[in-house]
Design a protein around this ligand. Structure first.
Ligand SMILES: [Zn+2]
Length: 644
């Protein structure tokens, strides 16, 4: 696979302005600094699709899609990343790396994609045979023993073709070489890793029970390896390859798709490979699992291709319940009717089946909660339902769910359920919901309007939450992505735990890790490799969040000790303080709740103590905020004086 250097990718991008490349394919209209058009990725009559030349990104506020010039071409023409790069290099008459124009070899490479893919499937098949064989051998004793202990039946082991990767650095590589596969091919297939010194390669999977992963068309695309001795990571998958994109494959869908039509078109979605195997062993053959990641939009659509109904059987613990809350909107938007199987805390399908058997699991399935009921109960844990404010807050959280009702009659049924649960009159819910609807329909328009507005760094949108992130979180991510030099400052001054919403939190952690490892290559590269939801979020903040402009060296302000203040510092400080204040407030609310619940005077004293500390912290943050804005004003005055 030709790997392109960073410099090459940068120059390809520089030679292909995004507005030109997109403009050659769809009609763009100039709109201030941006261009707009009707989105090529979804049906629409009025334009929500924006191209921002300065930042070299596109963004649709209708369907959410966004990205850089490579992402656009991949999506629009169905190309791989490499193909998109080659296409754009050719467009700009740039010779591919290695000299000359597109060499014969590269041309063959690009056209023999199928040939290459066939080779990867063959390697996977050979590896599968190898892993399966081990279970009967001395080298695979531990694996066989592990499967016995987990009560996986011999029939299930055969049906799922489970296997074992022995505790060895090179047995698989030796075997594959003997069958005529090259080391590069094993590395490209993701079953081996390149050796650091002296070339060659070594096994990616060691001492793991192996779960082969087929795509829905029954192509063997990857493996999931589960550690048997508690070593980390618990699950290790094949690296992403030309034939395997983690976010687009569901484990066992190749089996489940045949069973789903006979099971009232219902799919059973769970978290782990072993859950699926145990469910199938107990006749729930419609079970599938996402491959070691939280559910993606693509996976939701994949389920929809085969099923009308999706039952979520995630772990009963807090993490599992949160994962349910993330999966529900994705599945609903894909057009599935969603239910949750109410597993108790500490239970997953695997453990439940072992303890209580399949009849009990069927009973549990029969007691399934609608997504609406599940969300209602989930949110009610976050609010004080004894207080009128808490009960109304719960209702507000349910509005998005009410909006997805298939008909007005259905909506009124749900409102009745909510009314009874939250003890709020139906009429009040209807009034507030009407208000919410009005605000929502204005929002899409506002998104478009904001994109059309000239950038104005003075205006930082306040508290409003969009895409499940607060304004400060969105602003901070935009700053981090736009000004690499502010990263160290932000990471030194903000505990990332304080970021409440999952998407900005995940991005912040990724950025921090990349910065630490020295692997950060700018937002544009990140867009080439990140998942779709992150890409949508990033393009959203980069299109909408106004950023301070670098005024250049001459105009930097000075702090009290005469040191230059970077132009991004005030904006960063502002975000950090707001995020901290929001975080402290949340901790305090949770402490309040706990204080109400407890009767133990000693516990109460400790909680009060904690509450005091956080309230002090919050005051501190607010005090600095006020102080700083005063200081900034005076600095600015000083600068003005200097000019005169
Ligand atoms: Zn669109």
């Amino acid at each position: 696979m030709p790997r392109f250097s960073q410099t090459f990718l940068d120059s390809v991008k520089a030679a292909n302005p995004i507005s030109d490349v997109i403009g050659e394919r769809i009609a763009l209209t100039k709109n201030g600094k941006n261009f707009k058009a009707c989105c090529p990725f979804h049906q629409e009559k009025t334009p929500s699709f924006y191209v921002t030349p300065g930042r070299e990104i596109f963004k649709c506020f209708g369907c959410g899609k966004g990205g850089n010039v490579f992402n656009f071409l991949m999506e629009y023409e169905g190309l791989s990343f490499q193909e998109a790069v080659v296409k754009l290099a050719e467009r700009a008459n740039m010779p591919l790396e290695g000299g000359g124009s597109l060499s014969e070899e590269d041309r063959t490479y690009m056209s023999s994609r199928q040939q290459r893919q066939k080779r990867l499937y063959q390697i996977n098949q050979a590896a599968l045979n190898f892993f399966q064989r081990q279970l009967a051998l001395e080298s695979g004793k531990e694996g066989a023993e592990y499967l016995r202990q987990r009560q996986v039946s011999p029939e299930a082991v055969r049906a799922y073709r489970l296997g074992f990767a022995p505790d060895s650095w090179d047995d698989l590589a030796v075997e594959l070489r003997s069958q005529g596969f090259k080391d590069e091919e094993m590395i490209a297939a993701g079953v081996a890793l390149p050796s650091q010194e002296g070339g060659g390669c070594y096994n990616r999977f060691r001492k793991r029970v192996m779960f082969p992963i087929w795509d829905h068309a029954s192509n063997l695309v990857a493996f999931g390896g589960r550690s048997i001795d508690g070593s980390e990571p618990k699950y290790l998958n094949t690296t992403e390859t030309e034939i395997y994109t983690k976010s687009k494959v569901l484990f066992s869908l190749n089996f489940a798709k045949n069973a789903i039509p006979q099971m009232k078109k219902t799919a059973l979605l769970c978290e782990g490979y072993l859950d699926v195997v145990m469910l199938a062993q107990n006749n729930f053959v419609n079970a599938v699992a996402s491959c070691g990641t939280s559910l993606t939009q693509e996976q939701a659509h994949l389920i929809r291709r085969f099923a009308d109904v999706c039952l979520l059987a995630y772990d009963g613990d807090a993490a599992g319940q949160k994962a349910c809350m993330r999966a529900i909107p994705l599945l609903t938007e894909a057009g599935l009717l969603v239910y949750v199987v109410p597993l108790k805390e500490n239970e997953d399908p695997d453990s439940f089946l072992k303890k209580y058997g399949k009849e009990a699991f069927q009973e549990l399935v029969d007691k399934k909660l609608s997504a609406f009921t599940f969300a209602m109960r989930h949110f009610s844990q976050e609010h004080d339902m004894a207080e009128i404010q808490g009960r109304y807050a719960l209702c507000r959280k349910m509005f998005p769910y009410l909006m997805t009702a298939s008909s007005e009659g259905m909506r009124q049924e749900l409102i009745k359920e909510l009314s009874a649960f939250a003890n709020v009159p139906v009429s009040s819910i209807n009034i507030d919901l009407a208000e919410y609807k009005r605000a929502q329909s204005g929002k899409k328009e506002r998104g478009k309007r904001d994109a059309e507005k000239e950038e104005n760094p003075e205006i930082v949108p306040k508290e409003e939450e969009q895409n499940g992130a607060t304004a400060a979180e969105r602003h901070l991510i935009a700053l981090l992505l736009s000004f690499e030099e502010c990263m160290d400052y932000v990471f030194a001054n903000l505990e990332l735990e304080a970021i409440r919403n999952p998407l900005p939190a995940k991005l912040a952690y990724n950025l921090r890790d990349a910065r630490k490892e020295g692997s950060w290559r700018g937002v544009d590269n990140y867009l080439n490799s990140c998942d779709e939801l992150s890409r949508e979020f990033i393009t959203d903040v980069l299109t909408l969040v106004p950023l301070p402009k670098d005024p250049g060296r001459s105009a930097r302000s000075l702090d009290a000790s005469g040191k230059a203040v970077p132009f991004w510092k005030n904006a960063c400080d502002d975000c950090i303080r707001t995020i901290k204040a929001e975080h402290y407030q949340e901790v305090m609310s949770s402490l309040d709740e706990q204080m109400k619940m407890t009767k133990d005077p000693e516990v109460l004293r400790q909680l009060l103590e904690k509450h005091k500390i956080y309230s002090q912290k919050k005051r501190e943050v607010n005090r600095i905020r006020t102080f700083n804005s005063m200081a900034n004003e005076s600095t600015q005055e000083k600068e003005n004086d200097d000019e005169q």
